[in-house]
Write a protein that binds this ligand. Sequence first.
Ligand code: ZN
Length: 219
Amino acid sequence: MNKESAVVVFSGGQDSTTCLFWAKKRFKEVIAISFDYNQKHKQELDCAKNICNKYDIEHHILDMSLLNQLAPNSLTRADIKVDKDKPKDGLPNSFVYGRNLLFLTFVSVFAKQREINHIITGVSQSDFSGYPDCRDVFVKSTNVTLNLAMDFEFIIHTPLMWIDKEETWKLADDLGVLDIIKSETLTCYNGIIGDGCGECPACILRNNGYKNFINKKIK
Ligand code: ZN
């Protein structure tokens, strides 16, 4: 069992970058894996690459173009606009069916090759926008399935599971990486680094969380 290493599911956004630095504090070796599914906000891959280069983290980008082919939605098709508001019933059209299941599966295959038990993902039930694959029960169930599938003891860590965006900013601050997260990560669905476009749902969630965090910090 390799307790010194961990693999992080890494998109280059606020959440997964916070997880990356969380992992760096706990593990000797941290490896980041990003996925190319021809997402509209493909700039996130450059962003992920830059962060890993700058902070000396081994980084791999895996081809997941199949996901684009299978799941036409507002993150994968130029002609589908991202829902501004959450629909009353059903999932927002930014939900990519199967994404986290596929990401965790491929990351675990990678980790198994290296005999690495620890996998980290930045999903959060608190801010899950109704995404079913951000729930704790989904991650726990996937963890059991992957262990059975590969006869290996993966441990999936979810440092953000029970915290919201405001608390995620606080975690970044506690880790001493607030400025990095604020200016070098990309969360915006329109592909604008740092503070983003300010208008898409991802930006609104991120920026509101930041405002609340700063307001509390200066009190
Ligand atoms: Zn935006």
